[in-house]
Design a protein around this ligand. Structure first.
Ligand code: ADP
Length: 408
């Protein structure tokens, strides 16, 4: 089976092709045979298209295209022509899987896209104005290219949709519930994938485990996964809530926003830019949203960079503690995404306060050698600590497989 996956954003499109034709098992994440990306921010009135195959062939071009559907069509063409050709014909593709950011309360699992699903994604645009329109446009563009080929939507909110009411309801007026103002949570595809992979790696049934998953990339969120279900998470009504992030503030006193509106006449747009693009590591360090650059500056004695890293860690630890309380115990901690997969400094400093639970990491030297999915807890640790590379595209491909080939 050949599965095409699309992650459509407002300023970029990322796609990959899984060829499962010769696979006997679908347990471990396979390497896509083709990957491609469109960058719409590269140059005005142009799009940059990059495609490459698993054998190292690649193509990179800047095309005079502004229409997103046309860009997607050009990207898909690189599957069947030029140096990155991996298919004889586009009809070889059995299914197209999509990451869709917002599925509201109704979508708790991946679905085959039909008119109702498209209408639901569209009706949720007010809740995800930056993402759902791009996701829908991606689905429409693929429908035009592939016509009758089934398309599957996997929602970033779905994993958290069954959180208990006490965790998902905001303490504003009761009416907010009817208005859909609640904690939805995001990064759900990643949290679910790494929690399931963690259970495999520790060799225990997920239904018996209390797992704290830490997705630390440009966007950062935690999830409390009890017995396979998300029971709490740090992102909320929007991805702005919770942890300090690359350029997003995370939780701040809402009174600050009222103050800025009253005293400095901030508009909604200005507040959105301030909190989403000018805060977090970037806002405090004054340097960058990239953790590597901020740590580098801290090591050179830059005070703001040190404060940014200290705050990132402080808030991470505090929210980890909150998730442990929601879990009512802790068997496994998982670190994933760019920072979570690569930063011994963050593993050490984030885990340090949980030593009282019997959590112990391997030696500093061993941590600095860590690579790939692995357990970084000491042999006698009471809590396993895993670094797992998130595989959201593979999770979407797996959802396609189970919807198209349901197990009897
Ligand atoms: P996105 O949320 O955009 O998918 P990523 O998951 O790629 O982001 O994570 C990006 C973040 O990961 C950046 O802050 C980057 O600095 C950080 N990162 C990547 N590699 C390392 C590393 N070796 N050490 C520390 N941070 C890293």
């Amino acid at each position: 089976m050949k599965i095409l996956v699309l992650n459509a954003g407002s300023s970029s499109h990322k796609s990959c092709l899984f060829d499962l034709t010769s696979r006997s098992s679908t347990d471990a994440a396979p390497i896509p045979v083709w990957r491609a990306a469109l960058d719409w921010t590269h140059q005005a009135d142009m799009v940059e298209l990059v495609a490459k195959t698993d054998t190292g062939d690649s193509v990179k071009e800047v095309l005079p295209i502004t229409d997103k559907a046309k860009g997607i069509a050009a990207m898909v063409q690189t599957l069947v022509q030029g140096p990155t050709q991996v298919l004889d014909d586009l009809s070889d593709i059995a299914v197209v899987g999509h990451r869709v950011v917002h599925g509201g309360r109704d979508y708790q699992a991946p679905v085959i896209v039909d008119a109702d699903v498209k209408a639901a994604i569209s009706s949720l645009i007010p809740l995800a104005p930056a993402h759902n329109p791009a996701n829908l446009q991606g689905i429409e563009a693929m429908a035009t290219i592939f016509e009758a080929v089934p398309q599957v939507a996997m929602f970033d909110t779905a994993f958290h949709a069954c959180m208990p009411d006490a965790a998902s309801t905001y303490p504003g007026p009761y009416d907010w519930i009817d208005q859909g103002i609640r904690r939805y949570g995001f990064h759900g595809i990643s949290h679910q994938y790494v929690a399931e992979r963690a259970a495999d790696l520790v060799g225990q049934d997920i239904a018996t485990l209390k797992i704290l998953t830490c997705h630390l990339g440009n966007g950062c969120s935690l999830a409390a996964v009890r017995h396979g279900y998300s029971v709490d998470t740090t992102m909320g009504f929007t991805p702005l809530d919770g942890l300090m992030m690359g350029s997003r503030s995370g939780s701040v006193d809402p009174g600050i926003l009222i103050h800025l509106m009253e005293q400095q006449h901030y508009t909604a747009d200005q507040l959105s830019t301030l909190l989403n693009k000018e805060s977090g590591l970037k806002g405090i360090s004054g340097l960058s949203n990239d953790m590597r650059l901020v740590v580098e500056a801290m090591e050179q004695g830059n005070y703001q960079a040190k404060l940014a890293v200290d705050m990132f860690i402080h808030r991470l630890r505090r929210e980890m503690g909150a998730m442990v309380a929601s879990l009512g115990g802790l068997d496994v901690v998982v670190f994933t995404a760019g920072i979570g997969e690569n930063s011994p400094l963050v593993w050490q400093r984030a885990c340090e306060p949980f030593e009282f639970l019997g959590l112990k990491l391997i030696s500093d030297n061993d941590l600095s050698q860590a690579a790939g999915d692995q357990d970084i807890a000491a042999a006698d640790s009471a809590v396993r600590v895993l670094v797992i590379h998130t595989q959201e595209e593979w999770a979407i491909a797996q959802a396609c497989i189970s919807l198209l080939q349901p197990t009897p």
